[in-house]
Design a protein around this ligand. Structure first.
Ligand code: UDP
Length: 328
């Protein structure tokens, strides 16, 4: 019998790519999502397959899955600053209560659990590039605190299950990732810029654009996650592409890629927006033999082609339809 894996956040950007990978690798995949920020269209192609099943469920509530589970991957969470500003309590709950529920489930199934942590645990970092032993610089009560602290709690809870219960756990700290199936309206810089270019609007740079990020193409990230899951390393590992770029330079690349004749405009920098971010991936290289393979030029081209292929009306969809329903 093939191994069975539960992936939460299955209809989201990263979750859906993980579902694809595990289905392709012959696993039986249970995808779970409450469809607040995820979209069923991301996994529609998997629905008819025998080795894929979908459970519409909010993991902040008790999670039940019958039968064997060998691996649990917790990828459910809003993941962009404007999303967690809209649903801050949900964001805190999925990282804390959701993680606790899934750790309990993993323990009862004797499954290995991997959690999706984030470079946001480093906050606005004072150490550059960020190594896993850096404790971070997070403002718990700022607008990003609901995400950052939920993820920090998630790591602490996961380590406690590992040390106290002996549960097999893995922690991946994910840096900025991009690729097909990002939501055009999720507010992150890449879909924001490409959406603006496609609508013929100016690209909005927040602050003076000197802040940096390091963007990893989703296929590289998925490979790193699979390797970490199958490794025997229980401590956090950064997975990201160290190719750092300023947001101004990134805007130039998007203008060139899309051939838009629009310009950039400047808006205020959001509170606690990190000034620089670059993963130190020495650990991933050494322990997993992993490093990213896809250049930004290549990855951006694939991503742009994806956004161009979407129906025109999705370019103008401002608000995610499910937000109001789930606000509490
Ligand atoms: N950003 C920007 N214009 C936008 C959206 C984002 O200049 O329309 C900036 C944002 O202020 C941040 C960077 O791009 O400095 C990356 O933002 P994103 O939300 O993608 O990711 P995060 O800040 O969580 O790394």
């Amino acid at each position: 019998m093939s191994k069975r894996v539960l992936i939460t956040g299955a209809a989201g950007f990263l979750g859906s790519h993980l579902c694809d990978r595990f289905v392709k690798d012959g696993f039986r995949v249970v995808g779970m999502d409450n469809l607040i920020t995820g979209h069923i269209s991301n996994i529609e192609h998997l629905m008819p397959l025998e080795n894929f099943e979908f459970h519409h469920h909010d993991v902040s509530k008790f999670v039940h899955v019958s039968g064997q589970l060998d691996y649990v991957l917790h990828f459910a969470s809003p993941a962009s600053p404007i999303d967690y500003l809209k649903i801050p309590i949900q964001t805190l709950k999925v990282g804390s209560l959701g993680t606790h529920n899934l750790l309990g489930l993993s323990l009862s199934k004797k499954a290995r659990m991997l959690i999706a942590s984030t470079s946001e645990v480093y906050g606005d970092p004072l150490v550059h590039p960020q190594t896993e032993d850096y404790y971070g610089n997070v403002n718990p009560i700022g607008p990003r605190g609901v995400y950052d602290e939920a993820k920090r709690f998630q790591e602490a809870m996961t380590m406690a299950y590992h040390t106290y219960h002996g549960l097999e756990t893995r922690i991946v700290r994910i840096f900025n990732t991009y690729g097909p199936r990002m939501r055009l309206n999720d507010g992150r810089v890449l879909p924001a810029f490409i959406g603006q270019a496609l609508r013929g609007e100016n690209l909005t740079i927040f602050g003076d654009g000197s802040q940096t990020r390091s963007f990893c193409y989703v296929a590289d990230l998925v490979e790193g996650i699979v390797r970490l899951l199958m490794s025997d390393y229980a401590y956090p590992v950064n997975i990201g592409n160290p190719d750092e770029i300023s947001i101004s330079q990134f805007a130039k690349e998007i203008i060139e890629l899309t051939g838009t004749n629009q310009e950039v405009t400047y808006q205020p920098l959001p509170k606690d927006d990190p000034m620089q971010r670059q993963p130190d991936i020495s650990k991933a290289k050494e322990i997993l033999g992993w490093e990213p393979k896809i250049s930004r030029q290549e990855g951006l081209k694939i991503t742009y082609d994806y956004f161009k292929s979407l129906p025109k009306e999705s370019l103008y969809q401002k608000e995610h339809k499910n937000f109001e329903k789930y606000k509490r």
